[in-house]
Design a protein around this ligand. Structure first.
Ligand code: ASP
Length: 347
Protein backbone atom coordinates (compact mmCIF):
# COMPACT_ATOMS: atom_id res chain seq x y z
CA UNK A 1 0.00 0.00 0.00
CA UNK A 2 1.17 3.55 -0.75
CA UNK A 3 1.76 6.27 1.80
CA UNK A 4 -1.23 8.29 2.92
CA UNK A 5 -0.82 11.83 4.19
CA UNK A 6 -3.58 13.93 5.73
CA UNK A 7 -3.16 17.69 5.29
CA UNK A 8 -5.12 20.00 7.56
CA UNK A 9 -5.13 23.59 6.30
CA UNK A 10 -5.82 26.14 9.04
CA UNK A 11 -4.56 29.39 7.45
CA UNK A 12 -1.49 31.60 7.88
CA UNK A 13 0.64 33.69 5.55
CA UNK A 14 1.43 30.64 3.45
CA UNK A 15 -2.02 30.77 1.85
CA UNK A 16 -2.59 34.52 1.93
CA UNK A 17 -2.76 37.05 -0.89
CA UNK A 18 -3.26 40.84 -1.02
CA UNK A 19 -6.90 41.71 -0.29
CA UNK A 20 -6.84 44.08 -3.29
CA UNK A 21 -5.37 42.09 -6.20
CA UNK A 22 -4.37 45.34 -7.95
CA UNK A 23 -2.39 46.54 -4.94
CA UNK A 24 0.44 44.27 -3.74
CA UNK A 25 0.74 46.39 -0.57
CA UNK A 26 -2.86 45.90 0.55
CA UNK A 27 -3.29 43.81 3.72
CA UNK A 28 -2.85 40.06 3.28
CA UNK A 29 -5.90 37.87 3.77
CA UNK A 30 -6.26 34.07 3.85
CA UNK A 31 -7.35 32.25 0.69
CA UNK A 32 -8.88 28.80 0.41
CA UNK A 33 -7.09 25.54 -0.20
CA UNK A 34 -7.66 25.44 -3.97
CA UNK A 35 -5.84 28.77 -4.30
CA UNK A 36 -2.86 27.48 -2.36
CA UNK A 37 -2.74 24.18 -4.22
CA UNK A 38 -2.27 25.86 -7.61
CA UNK A 39 1.22 26.86 -6.55
CA UNK A 40 2.32 23.40 -5.51
CA UNK A 41 1.49 21.05 -8.41
CA UNK A 42 3.69 18.34 -6.87
CA UNK A 43 0.98 17.55 -4.32
CA UNK A 44 -1.84 17.02 -6.83
CA UNK A 45 -3.05 13.59 -7.87
CA UNK A 46 -0.52 12.49 -10.48
CA UNK A 47 1.83 15.21 -9.30
CA UNK A 48 5.49 14.54 -8.44
CA UNK A 49 4.94 12.95 -5.03
CA UNK A 50 2.17 10.66 -6.20
CA UNK A 51 4.02 9.55 -9.36
CA UNK A 52 7.46 9.05 -7.88
CA UNK A 53 6.64 7.99 -4.31
CA UNK A 54 3.09 6.70 -4.48
CA UNK A 55 1.92 9.28 -1.92
CA UNK A 56 -1.80 9.93 -1.66
CA UNK A 57 -2.90 13.21 -0.11
CA UNK A 58 -6.18 13.99 1.60
CA UNK A 59 -6.97 17.64 2.27
CA UNK A 60 -9.16 19.15 4.91
CA UNK A 61 -9.63 22.83 5.80
CA UNK A 62 -10.90 24.35 9.01
CA UNK A 63 -14.35 25.88 8.44
CA UNK A 64 -12.78 29.29 8.83
CA UNK A 65 -9.25 29.77 7.51
CA UNK A 66 -7.51 32.22 9.82
CA UNK A 67 -4.45 34.26 10.59
CA UNK A 68 -3.08 32.22 13.50
CA UNK A 69 -3.13 35.28 15.79
CA UNK A 70 -6.91 34.69 15.91
CA UNK A 71 -6.69 31.15 17.28
CA UNK A 72 -7.77 30.20 20.77
CA UNK A 73 -8.01 26.94 22.69
CA UNK A 74 -11.23 25.97 20.89
CA UNK A 75 -9.25 25.86 17.64
CA UNK A 76 -6.69 23.55 19.27
CA UNK A 77 -9.51 21.27 20.42
CA UNK A 78 -10.95 21.23 16.89
CA UNK A 79 -7.54 20.38 15.38
CA UNK A 80 -6.94 17.61 17.93
CA UNK A 81 -10.40 16.18 17.17
CA UNK A 82 -9.76 16.17 13.41
CA UNK A 83 -6.44 14.36 13.90
CA UNK A 84 -8.02 11.85 16.27
CA UNK A 85 -10.90 11.11 13.84
CA UNK A 86 -8.50 10.42 10.98
CA UNK A 87 -5.61 8.97 12.93
CA UNK A 88 -6.01 5.31 11.99
CA UNK A 89 -6.33 5.94 8.26
CA UNK A 90 -3.12 7.84 7.54
CA UNK A 91 0.64 7.39 7.88
CA UNK A 92 1.29 10.99 8.80
CA UNK A 93 -0.33 14.40 9.29
CA UNK A 94 0.61 17.90 8.17
CA UNK A 95 -1.00 20.93 9.76
CA UNK A 96 -0.56 24.06 7.66
CA UNK A 97 -0.61 26.92 10.15
CA UNK A 98 0.32 30.57 10.52
CA UNK A 99 3.68 31.13 12.12
CA UNK A 100 2.56 33.58 14.84
CA UNK A 101 1.06 30.98 17.16
CA UNK A 102 2.41 27.78 15.59
CA UNK A 103 4.63 27.03 18.60
CA UNK A 104 1.63 27.39 20.94
CA UNK A 105 -0.52 25.05 18.84
CA UNK A 106 2.30 22.51 18.53
CA UNK A 107 2.87 22.62 22.30
CA UNK A 108 -0.82 22.24 23.08
CA UNK A 109 -1.31 19.35 20.63
CA UNK A 110 1.71 17.55 22.07
CA UNK A 111 -0.11 17.33 25.43
CA UNK A 112 -3.58 16.75 24.00
CA UNK A 113 -2.61 13.87 21.69
CA UNK A 114 -0.81 11.36 23.87
CA UNK A 115 0.63 8.07 22.72
CA UNK A 116 1.61 9.05 19.20
CA UNK A 117 3.12 6.51 16.87
CA UNK A 118 2.77 8.70 13.77
CA UNK A 119 4.17 12.12 12.80
CA UNK A 120 2.14 15.28 13.17
CA UNK A 121 4.09 18.07 11.57
CA UNK A 122 3.19 21.74 11.54
CA UNK A 123 4.47 24.03 8.84
CA UNK A 124 3.79 27.41 7.26
CA UNK A 125 5.88 30.12 5.68
CA UNK A 126 7.16 33.66 5.99
CA UNK A 127 6.22 34.63 2.41
CA UNK A 128 2.92 33.59 0.81
CA UNK A 129 3.02 30.69 -1.60
CA UNK A 130 2.23 32.86 -4.65
CA UNK A 131 5.32 35.03 -4.06
CA UNK A 132 8.26 34.39 -6.40
CA UNK A 133 10.67 34.17 -3.43
CA UNK A 134 8.39 32.09 -1.24
CA UNK A 135 9.68 29.66 1.35
CA UNK A 136 6.33 27.84 1.34
CA UNK A 137 7.20 25.26 -1.31
CA UNK A 138 10.39 24.21 0.51
CA UNK A 139 8.68 24.07 3.89
CA UNK A 140 5.73 22.05 2.62
CA UNK A 141 8.00 19.77 0.59
CA UNK A 142 10.12 19.12 3.68
CA UNK A 143 7.04 18.49 5.83
CA UNK A 144 5.88 15.91 3.27
CA UNK A 145 9.12 14.01 3.87
CA UNK A 146 8.45 13.89 7.61
CA UNK A 147 4.78 12.95 7.35
CA UNK A 148 5.44 10.55 4.45
CA UNK A 149 8.55 8.96 6.06
CA UNK A 150 7.58 5.51 4.73
CA UNK A 151 7.85 6.63 1.10
CA UNK A 152 11.32 8.09 1.72
CA UNK A 153 12.71 5.26 3.87
CA UNK A 154 13.08 7.58 6.83
CA UNK A 155 12.53 6.63 10.48
CA UNK A 156 9.14 7.61 11.82
CA UNK A 157 9.09 10.77 13.95
CA UNK A 158 6.24 9.91 16.33
CA UNK A 159 5.59 13.32 17.81
CA UNK A 160 4.23 16.79 17.16
CA UNK A 161 6.96 18.69 15.36
CA UNK A 162 7.53 21.95 13.52
CA UNK A 163 9.18 21.83 10.12
CA UNK A 164 10.51 25.17 8.97
CA UNK A 165 13.19 26.15 6.51
CA UNK A 166 15.67 23.25 6.70
CA UNK A 167 15.01 22.03 10.24
CA UNK A 168 12.51 19.91 12.12
CA UNK A 169 12.15 20.63 15.82
CA UNK A 170 10.13 19.09 18.63
CA UNK A 171 7.01 21.28 18.61
CA UNK A 172 6.90 21.93 22.35
CA UNK A 173 10.58 23.05 22.36
CA UNK A 174 10.09 25.60 19.62
CA UNK A 175 9.66 29.36 19.63
CA UNK A 176 8.94 31.77 16.79
CA UNK A 177 12.33 33.33 16.48
CA UNK A 178 12.00 35.86 13.69
CA UNK A 179 9.23 37.77 11.94
CA UNK A 180 11.46 38.02 8.91
CA UNK A 181 14.08 35.29 8.53
CA UNK A 182 13.26 32.18 6.57
CA UNK A 183 14.73 30.44 9.59
CA UNK A 184 11.67 31.57 11.53
CA UNK A 185 11.82 29.10 14.42
CA UNK A 186 14.37 28.04 16.99
CA UNK A 187 14.59 25.35 19.63
CA UNK A 188 16.92 26.87 22.22
CA UNK A 189 17.01 23.95 24.63
CA UNK A 190 16.75 20.87 22.40
CA UNK A 191 18.63 20.01 19.20
CA UNK A 192 16.94 19.67 15.81
CA UNK A 193 15.44 16.25 15.11
CA UNK A 194 15.98 16.35 11.35
CA UNK A 195 18.12 18.54 9.07
CA UNK A 196 16.90 18.80 5.50
CA UNK A 197 19.75 20.13 3.41
CA UNK A 198 20.67 18.71 0.01
CA UNK A 199 20.79 15.42 1.83
CA UNK A 200 18.60 14.64 4.82
CA UNK A 201 20.11 13.89 8.23
CA UNK A 202 17.89 12.54 10.95
CA UNK A 203 18.64 11.93 14.62
CA UNK A 204 16.25 9.21 15.82
CA UNK A 205 18.07 8.92 19.15
CA UNK A 206 16.50 12.32 19.97
CA UNK A 207 12.94 11.33 19.01
CA UNK A 208 10.24 10.35 21.47
CA UNK A 209 9.65 6.61 21.30
CA UNK A 210 6.59 5.48 19.32
CA UNK A 211 3.76 4.56 21.68
CA UNK A 212 2.83 0.94 22.06
CA UNK A 213 -0.66 1.85 23.24
CA UNK A 214 -3.42 3.56 21.26
CA UNK A 215 -3.71 7.29 20.77
CA UNK A 216 -5.26 8.96 23.79
CA UNK A 217 -6.87 12.36 23.50
CA UNK A 218 -6.87 14.58 26.61
CA UNK A 219 -8.34 17.82 25.39
CA UNK A 220 -9.65 19.46 28.48
CA UNK A 221 -7.94 22.87 28.84
CA UNK A 222 -8.43 25.37 31.63
CA UNK A 223 -7.93 28.90 30.29
CA UNK A 224 -8.08 30.58 33.71
CA UNK A 225 -4.38 31.24 33.46
CA UNK A 226 -2.35 34.47 33.66
CA UNK A 227 1.17 35.00 32.35
CA UNK A 228 3.30 37.91 33.59
CA UNK A 229 6.77 39.05 32.58
CA UNK A 230 8.84 40.76 35.29
CA UNK A 231 10.83 43.93 34.69
CA UNK A 232 13.06 46.02 36.96
CA UNK A 233 10.85 48.55 38.71
CA UNK A 234 7.68 46.49 38.38
CA UNK A 235 5.26 47.05 41.25
CA UNK A 236 4.26 43.97 43.24
CA UNK A 237 0.64 45.07 43.37
CA UNK A 238 0.43 44.64 39.58
CA UNK A 239 0.46 40.91 40.28
CA UNK A 240 -2.44 41.12 42.74
CA UNK A 241 -4.36 43.35 40.32
CA UNK A 242 -3.93 41.01 37.35
CA UNK A 243 -4.82 37.85 39.22
CA UNK A 244 -8.60 37.60 39.30
CA UNK A 245 -10.99 35.71 41.57
CA UNK A 246 -11.25 32.85 39.13
CA UNK A 247 -7.52 32.55 38.26
CA UNK A 248 -6.22 29.00 38.64
CA UNK A 249 -2.68 29.28 37.32
CA UNK A 250 -0.05 32.01 37.21
CA UNK A 251 3.11 31.83 35.11
CA UNK A 252 5.84 34.33 35.94
CA UNK A 253 8.61 35.01 33.44
CA UNK A 254 11.44 35.55 35.88
CA UNK A 255 14.96 36.90 35.50
CA UNK A 256 17.75 34.41 34.82
CA UNK A 257 17.51 31.11 36.67
CA UNK A 258 14.23 31.98 38.41
CA UNK A 259 15.02 35.18 40.26
CA UNK A 260 12.39 37.64 41.47
CA UNK A 261 12.70 40.80 43.62
CA UNK A 262 12.72 39.61 47.22
CA UNK A 263 10.95 42.65 48.66
CA UNK A 264 8.30 42.09 51.34
CA UNK A 265 5.72 43.33 48.79
CA UNK A 266 6.65 40.72 46.18
CA UNK A 267 6.82 37.94 48.76
CA UNK A 268 3.42 38.95 50.11
CA UNK A 269 1.91 39.12 46.62
CA UNK A 270 3.03 35.59 45.75
CA UNK A 271 2.06 34.29 49.18
CA UNK A 272 -1.43 35.70 48.75
CA UNK A 273 -1.77 34.10 45.33
CA UNK A 274 -0.63 30.75 46.73
CA UNK A 275 -3.00 31.06 49.71
CA UNK A 276 -5.83 31.42 47.24
CA UNK A 277 -4.99 27.97 45.87
CA UNK A 278 -3.47 29.28 42.65
CA UNK A 279 -0.69 27.24 41.06
CA UNK A 280 2.37 29.43 40.39
CA UNK A 281 5.11 28.41 37.99
CA UNK A 282 8.34 30.29 37.23
CA UNK A 283 9.91 30.16 33.81
CA UNK A 284 12.92 32.13 32.60
CA UNK A 285 12.98 35.19 30.36
CA UNK A 286 16.27 33.93 28.95
CA UNK A 287 16.34 32.53 25.46
CA UNK A 288 18.33 29.52 26.59
CA UNK A 289 18.73 27.70 29.91
CA UNK A 290 16.63 26.77 32.88
CA UNK A 291 15.01 27.92 36.09
CA UNK A 292 16.80 26.55 39.17
CA UNK A 293 14.80 27.49 42.22
CA UNK A 294 17.05 27.87 45.25
CA UNK A 295 20.21 28.52 43.31
CA UNK A 296 20.06 32.11 44.56
CA UNK A 297 18.47 33.57 47.66
CA UNK A 298 16.21 35.52 45.31
CA UNK A 299 14.37 32.38 44.33
CA UNK A 300 14.67 30.26 47.47
CA UNK A 301 11.94 32.15 49.32
CA UNK A 302 9.49 31.52 46.48
CA UNK A 303 10.28 27.83 46.40
CA UNK A 304 9.32 27.72 50.05
CA UNK A 305 5.96 29.24 49.09
CA UNK A 306 5.32 26.26 46.81
CA UNK A 307 6.18 27.87 43.48
CA UNK A 308 6.83 25.23 40.80
CA UNK A 309 9.90 25.40 38.58
CA UNK A 310 9.15 25.44 34.87
CA UNK A 311 12.71 24.22 34.22
CA UNK A 312 13.75 24.91 30.65
CA UNK A 313 10.27 24.98 29.16
CA UNK A 314 9.52 27.61 26.56
CA UNK A 315 6.85 30.19 27.29
CA UNK A 316 4.60 28.43 24.76
CA UNK A 317 5.05 24.97 26.27
CA UNK A 318 4.64 26.30 29.84
CA UNK A 319 1.41 28.05 28.97
CA UNK A 320 -0.12 25.13 27.07
CA UNK A 321 1.00 22.71 29.77
CA UNK A 322 -0.48 24.83 32.59
CA UNK A 323 -3.86 24.91 30.78
CA UNK A 324 -3.69 21.18 30.10
CA UNK A 325 -2.60 20.18 33.61
CA UNK A 326 -5.27 22.37 35.26
CA UNK A 327 -7.85 20.94 32.87
CA UNK A 328 -7.04 17.30 33.54
CA UNK A 329 -5.52 16.89 37.02
CA UNK A 330 -6.43 17.77 40.59
CA UNK A 331 -4.71 18.44 43.95
CA UNK A 332 -1.08 17.38 44.31
CA UNK A 333 -1.14 15.89 40.83
CA UNK A 334 -1.02 19.43 39.40
CA UNK A 335 2.50 20.37 40.51
CA UNK A 336 3.69 16.79 40.03
CA UNK A 337 2.61 16.85 36.38
CA UNK A 338 4.06 20.32 35.80
CA UNK A 339 7.41 19.07 37.05
CA UNK A 340 7.24 15.84 35.05
CA UNK A 341 8.64 15.53 31.56
CA UNK A 342 5.40 14.43 29.86
CA UNK A 343 6.25 14.49 26.15
CA UNK A 344 9.81 15.79 25.99
CA UNK A 345 8.88 19.40 26.77
CA UNK A 346 11.46 19.81 29.56
CA UNK A 347 14.85 18.32 30.32
N1 ASP B 1 0.08 36.44 10.87
C1 ASP B 1 0.46 35.21 10.19
C2 ASP B 1 -0.16 34.05 10.93
O1 ASP B 1 0.32 33.65 11.95
C3 ASP B 1 1.95 35.11 10.12
C4 ASP B 1 2.48 33.90 9.34
O2 ASP B 1 1.80 32.95 9.03
O3 ASP B 1 3.70 33.94 9.04
O4 ASP B 1 -1.17 33.55 10.52
Amino acid sequence: MGTRIFILYTGGTIGMAPSDPANPNSPLEPKDWSYLQQFMPSIRENGYFSKTRGIEFTYHSLDLILDSSQFNTEHWITMAGIIRNNYDDYDGFIIIHGTDTMAYTASALSFMLLGLSKPIVLTGSQLPIFHPRTDAVTNLGNAIHIAGHKAFDMPVLPEVSICFEDRVYRGNRTIKFSTNDFKGFASPNYPPLVELEESIRFFPQLYNRPAESDLQIMNSLDTRVISISLFPGMRAESISRLVGDDTKGLIIHTFGAGNVPCTPEFIRAIEEVRNNGITVMFITQCYNGSVELGKYKSSQVFRELGVVSGGDMTNEAALAKMMWVLGNFRGDEISKKLLENVVGERS
